[in-house]
Design a binder for this molecule. Structure first.
Ligand SMILES: [Zn+2]
Length: 269
């Protein structure tokens, strides 16, 4: 073996140890999960929740260049109601929490490139800040205002789902209070946006695997509930028995990670 060939083998072994390209592809729903698009502020200890606008644009472009159709929650619901298969090359772009940078950074990119996005909104922090974070580890930044959210909806580029009233750890609440967080946010968001909220995401993923809490989410009338677990969920979806997993796009990820996430359900080990 030449030195060059040996070097290639070593590089391949190194990549095997870190990335998942050797796994077989996993079937199921491709639901990307983003939080903030922009540059992390000084003091942020959750930098991986920030994706730069440049990377975000490259990722959306990758999806469209590779023939993906982006879906709204309502598109997914229509497919489910009609008992139809999920198009192989379909993807949901979701954002958690409802940051102002979704309006200033992500929305213009989606609009320009012709892709759809979905945002899980925390009702009580609309127009405020991410009050649920400890500012010592994650500085407070602006959440989108109601006007900004309405403008994005009117553009036909963004749809909404609920992420509770206050972003609590649902399992730390009394069951009645957890149920209220889920049902009241659905009511308030539907009143604010004049359309059905068919999707819900558990803050921190907390409650997604607690049967009593999950029962309250379904009772509140959501068609879909999304976890905070890495992976792809088979379609048709076994709604009675599981929440929908997602593919987490981190700040350090590149398009190679994105491609592995879409096919394998994960990129790095
Ligand atoms: Zn959240």
């Amino acid at each position: 073996m030449t030195i060059a060939a040996a070097a290639l083998v070593l590089i391949a072994l190194g990549a095997s140890a870190r990335w998942t390209w050797w796994r077989s592809s996993a079937p199921g729903m491709k639901v990307l999960c983003y939080h903030k698009v922009g540059t992390p502020p000084p003091g942020s200890k959750l930098k991986d929740l920030w994706v730069s606008p440049k990377k975000f644009r490259a990722q959306v472009k990758y999806l469209l260049d590779h023939g993906y159709t982006t879906l709204f929650f309502s598109d997914l619901k229509a497919l489910r109601d009609a008992g139809q298969p999920l198009p192989e090359k379909s993807v949901l772009i979701t954002f958690d929490d409802g940051y102002e940078n979704n309006y200033t950074e992500a929305w213009p990119i989606l609009r320009e490139l012709g892709a759809k996005g979905n945002i899980f909104v925390v009702y009580n922090t609309i127009g405020k800040t991410n009050l649920w974070h400890n500012p010592a580890s994650e500085p407070w930044v602006n959440m989108a205002t109601l006007e900004q959210l309405k403008e994005m909806q009117a553009s036909g580029v963004i749809e909404y789902g609920s992420h509770t009233m206050n972003h609590p750890h649902l399992s730390a609440l009394k069951l009645d209070d957890a149920a209220w967080e889920m049902a009241e946010s659905k009511r308030q968001l539907e009143a604010a946006f004049g359309r059905e909220m068919c999707a819900f995401a558990y803050p921190y993923g907390d409650g997604a695997y607690a049967p009593a809490i999950r029962a309250k989410a379904l009772e509140a009338g959501y068609t879909f509930d999304f976890s905070f677990k890495q992976g792809k969920t088979p379609w048709p979806w076994d709604r009675e028995n599981r929440t929908i997993d997602r593919l987490f796009i981190r700040g350090r990820d590149n398009n190679w990670d994105l491609a592995l996430q879409l096919s394998r359900g994960a990129s790095r080990l």
